[in-house]
Write a protein that binds this ligand. Structure first.
Ligand code: NAP
Length: 292
């Protein structure tokens, strides 16, 4: 009888702490050259989950020595007012990154708002210019969640060349950019979604599986090839109200070679990569201003 695997855990908290420490060092070096990286976070309305996310993002910035401002607006804010504020931040030399927390109230067109952010300050990587840069392999800001997943693979020394990666979910902020990043690292990529005819047939062939769906137990042990690397992006609540991912962690960890937990996996890495993007935006600004 074959012995079940006991997957190694990829510890997102530990990797994020390391990443944030490096950001803090580079931030201090930049400050010595006269420039402090700055992030503006805009929250419209009072969505409780969004309030937690923005608080965590701002705190992570402050802890790493970055300047950050949280601007809260009532849900009655008009689209024109929000666009005007973004225009102001685009011109503000103290701000290197602009993040508009999604979702926005229904009367505001999120696409229009994201397109109003200067691509040079698009640290969420959601602007069409950033998406296009990723698509054609040019420098630009990568969306923080899939970028964090790539860093998790890098942290275990995983060589994607020639491997089969299966991404479940095709959103513009996770699934699609994830597939492009894996492709850029020479994986053969399959992108699955709600109309995929036989998901299990796809995942069973995968060396790497990234689950980004938003539904519990989308990936169970019988769907995973022994030794595969499983990255769980999902954020859901279980019957007890506790945070859980898309992956049946208890079952899949007995089959997979590596697995990311929820909580303590992709979530902390998403915030860490936001800091990295903001720092890099500031470093580019420093280079453009000739601050050496
Ligand atoms: P989304 O926009 O709702 O996209 C979900 C994707 O899953 C869609 O492409 C959908 O397919 C696909 N899907 C739905 N049911 C499926 C099924 N049964 N089988 C296969 N595919 C299915 O969600 P998202 O924004 O990408 O987020 C996905 C999850 O990641 C959510 O739980 C979210 O909370 C979490 N998340 C976590 C972080 C983090 O920092 N940890 C960051 C971002 C997102 P269709 O396109 O066909 O509808």
């Amino acid at each position: 009888m074959s012995t079940p695997y006991s997957a190694k855990i990829i510890d997102g908290n530990a990797l994020a702490a390391q990443t944030r420490a490096t950001v803090a060092q580079r931030t201090a070096a930049l400050q010595a050259r006269g420039l402090t990286p700055g992030l503006a976070v805009l929250l419209v309305g009072d969505n409780p989950a969004s309030q937690v996310y923005v608080r965590n993002k701002v705190k992570a910035c402050t802890d790493a020595g970055l300047h950050s401002v949280l601007e809260r607006y009532p849900s009655t804010l008009s689209e024109a007012e929000l666009l005007q504020r973004i225009e102001g931040l685009n011109k503000d030399p103290a701000i290197h990154g602009i993040l508009v927390q999604l979702p926005l109230p229904a009367h505001i067109d999120a696409h229009k708002v994201i397109e109003a952010i200067s691509p040079a300050k698009d640290v969420d990587g959601f602007h069409v210019a950033s998406a296009g840069a990723l698509m054609v392999g040019q420098p630009g800001f990568w969306p923080c969640t899939p970028y964090g997943c790539m860093k998790m693979l890098e942290s275990i020394g995983y060589d994607l060349r020639g491997k089969h990666a299966v991404v479940i979910g095709r959103s513009n902020i996770v699934g699609k950019p994830m597939a492009l990043m894996l492709l850029q690292q020479n994986a053969t990529v399959t992108l699955c979604h709600s109309a995929t005819a036989d998901l299990k047939a796809m995942t069973l062939q995968a060396d790497v599986i990234v689950a980004a769906v938003g539904k519990r137990n989308v990936l169970t042990a019988d769907m995973v090839k022994p030794g595969a690397v499983v990255i769980d992006v999902g954020m859901n609540r279980n019957d007890e109200g506790k945070l859980c991912g898309d992956v049946d962690f208890a079952g899949v960890r007995l089959v997979a070679g590596y697995i990311t937990p929820v909580p303590g996996g992709v979530g902390p890495m998403t915030i860490a990569m936001l800091l990295v993007n903001t720092l890099e935006a500031a470093e580019r600004d420093a280079a453009a201003r000739g601050l050496t």
